[in-house]
Design a protein around this ligand. Structure first.
Ligand code: PMP
Length: 416
């Protein structure tokens, strides 16, 4: 598709998202907070309503029509997710989100870590990929090591070469930064982890909505992500693991469904992946998740990457014209997804977010659950605009217009 066709194609997609039709503070809603969560197309919303109105029932247990239908639909999604990322069905564990997936990994690999070992993450991680490892280190006596960043917000491979060594047991890094938008050189990092026999984990929360993911090609041990950032429902996450790596993982949640047999004193566990899914799963949302995957595939991941690349290039050009603005992260559009963190001198990010909200523009302000990264840049907070497939060039223009007059609005005290 050439550029004009691509733009027309994606403009039409907006009508699939009912929430985007509304006005906020008298303006057409411009939703630039997709990094926090994306909006949902009608097909996803319909699927949730259909489940609760037609076949709400628990899965894996009942021998009755509704339960069989729910189980069939629920289990079909496992295969769908596997195909979506080029894994196998028995390598997909459903969780309630990226955070839980990472906690399952930190807890489930703890028996592989002892005093003196090292866990490696990077300076740009989300708290979900920091705190579980800090906790694991506290319990085992292992040390947490950081891959530092280059000046333009990329992983410094020299630093990676230094910190990943024969003491390293686990390397866990973001595929795409939720603050800087950096698309990390994950294959280099995975290779390094392999060289020293360490497990490699990718936090794909910000990558999956923007690009085609192939876990076989990446060759990582584990890949984790959340449905709600990929136009799917909240409360569903994925923990992909290579089968042999899942064999090394111990369950951290115990109870119904994850067992094979329970005796008075001990139990045996179900096979992989079911032994990692204790209790009633989030049935309705997992089933609706499939609709989001279908939506992404029908739109075409390559089209999405291309279109968002076009928006990124345009955004970077336009934002460089705003005075007194610092943009964090890579300057080259090729190195980043459509996630942009910035500050305007003299205006706190919370005030900036309020100014934009007056014009119906939703961004995020704060530390973005990445306090070590904020410390790295010597700031306490930034503004973050994160774009999705329904955003447009015209919306970027409106956004830049407001940024250009933000100082005068702020100086007049006309924020709320
Ligand atoms: N990692 C990254 C890179 C993220 O952006 C987020 C969500 N902001 C998370 C992890 C946590 O995801 P969730 O809240 O869906 O568990």
């Amino acid at each position: 598709m050439d550029e004009n066709k691509l733009i027309t194609f994606f403009k039409k997609k907006r009508k699939d998202f009912p929430i985007l039709k509304q006005k906020v503070k008298g303006h057409d809603l411009i939703y630039f907070d997709n990094g926090a969560t994306s909006q949902k197309p009608q097909v996803v919303i319909d699927s949730l309503v259909e489940y609760y109105t037609k076949y709400n029932s628990n899965v894996h247990r009942g021998i009755h029509t509704l339960s069989e239908e729910a189980t069939l639909k629920f289990e079909a999604v496992r295969g769908r997710v596997a195909k979506f990322i080029s894994g196998n069905e028995d390598e997909i564990v459903f969780t309630n989100g990226t955070t839980q997936s990472l906690n399952f990994l930190a807890g489930g690999l703890s028996h592989k870590v002892t005093k003196g070992d090292e866990i490696v993450i990077s300076r740009m991680e989300h708290h979900a990929n920091i705190v579980p490892w800090q906790e694991l280190c506290k319990r085992t006596g292992a040390k947490l090591k950081y891959i530092e960043l280059t000046d333009d917000g990329r992983l410094d491979l020299k630093s990676a070469n230094k910190v990943i060594n024969d003491k390293t047991r686990i390397v866990s890094i973001a595929h795409v930064s939720n603050v800087l938008g950096t698309v990390n050189q994950v294959k280099d990092i995975i290779k390094l982890a392999k060289k020293f026999g360490a497990y490699s984990i990718l936090d794909g929360a910000q990558a999956v909505p923007h690009m085609k993911i192939n876990v076989r090609d990446l060759d990582c041990d584990f890949y984790v992500f959340s449905a709600h950032k990929m136009y799917g429902p909240t409360g569903v996450g994925v923990l992909y693991g290579k089968y042999s790596s899942l064999e090394d993982l111990e369950p951290v949640n115990f109870g119904g469904s994850m067992i094979y047999e329970v005796f008075g004193e001990e139990s045996t566990y179900n096979k992989i992946p079911f032994k990692f899914e204790a209790g009633t799963p989030n049935i309705a949302d997992v089933i609706a998740f499939e609709k989001a995957i279908n939506y992404l595939e029908e739109t075409g991941l390559d089209n999405i990457t291309k279109y968002e690349g076009l928006l990124t290039k345009y955004f970077l050009e336009k934002i460089s014209q705003v005075e007194d603005l610092t943009l964090y992260g890579p300057k080259n559009p090729k190195d980043r997804a459509a996630v942009f963190s910035f500050n305007i001198e003299g205006i706190h990010s919370h005030d900036m977010s309020s100014i934009l909200d007056k014009f119906g523009i939703a961004i995020r302000a704060g530390h973005h659950c990445a306090m070590p990264l904020m410390a790295n840049y010597n700031v306490s907070a930034t503004c973050r605009a994160s774009l999705g497939l329904y955003n447009t060039i015209e919306e970027i223009d409106k956004f830049i217009e407001v940024l250009k007059k933000a100082k005068s609005i702020y100086e007049k005290g006309d924020i709320f």
